[in-house]
Design a binder for this molecule. Structure first.
Ligand SMILES: [Zn+2]
Length: 184
């Protein structure tokens, strides 16, 4: 317990290895500040923009040939990453065979790395296809890899009171990127 805010490992469940809380970023998302105005590729699309900047700047964890792994700016849990093809395509059926394989391979690798870093109890994997299905950025396909801990859904209302700690996304990115090369 420091500075009057609660750390995740002081709550129910088990320490997650990140010791941090993330809900403030979700508040930005809810307010819509980062939502693209159009469905066009390019500067308006965060998943087209991300690979053009440095890993540190855009929170990229790993880069493949066809797809890359980036931290979700609005994580459900610490370590929540997105596997995105470089190409701006919306639908899973739009992926080439090569992209399909690499999205799957990077998803597997992300699970291995997150397990090594923070020992989650389980994962949710998946793609929301279309805004009606919950896709925040429907125009550019992205596969969610969400680590889960027992009781994690219960602590979200609790942590909503905590203050924003924006530097912590950078810490998480570095932990995952470092483990990407070595976790086995
Ligand atoms: Zn895009």
């Amino acid at each position: 317990m420091t500075d009057g805010y609660e750390t995740a490992d002081a709550l129910g469940g088990e320490p997650d290895g990140f010791e941090r809380l993330w809900t403030p970023h979700r508040m930005v998302y809810i307010s819509g500040e980062e939502k693209p105005k159009t469905s066009a590729p390019g500067e308006d699309c965060p998943f087209c923009r991300a690979p053009q900047a440095s890993d540190e700047e855009s929170l990229v964890v790993a880069r493949g040939e066809q797809a890359f792994v980036v931290l979700n700016l609005f994580p459900y849990n610490p370590g929540h990453v997105l596997v995105c093809p470089y190409r701006h395509v919306a639908d899973y059926t739009d992926l080439t065979p090569e992209e399909t394989v690499e999205v799957a391979t990077l998803t597997q690798r992300a699970m291995t790395v997150i397990r090594a870093v923070s020992a989650p109890h389980g994962f949710n994997l998946g793609m929301n296809q279309g805004a009606v299905a919950g896709a925040g950025i429907a125009a550019h396909l992205h596969q969610h890899v969400v680590p889960r801990w027992g009781g994690d859904a219960n602590f979200l209302p609790v942590v909503a009171r905590t203050k924003a700690l924006p530097e912590l996304l950078a810490d998480t990115r570095k932990k995952l990127a470092d483990a990407w090369a070595t976790a086995g």
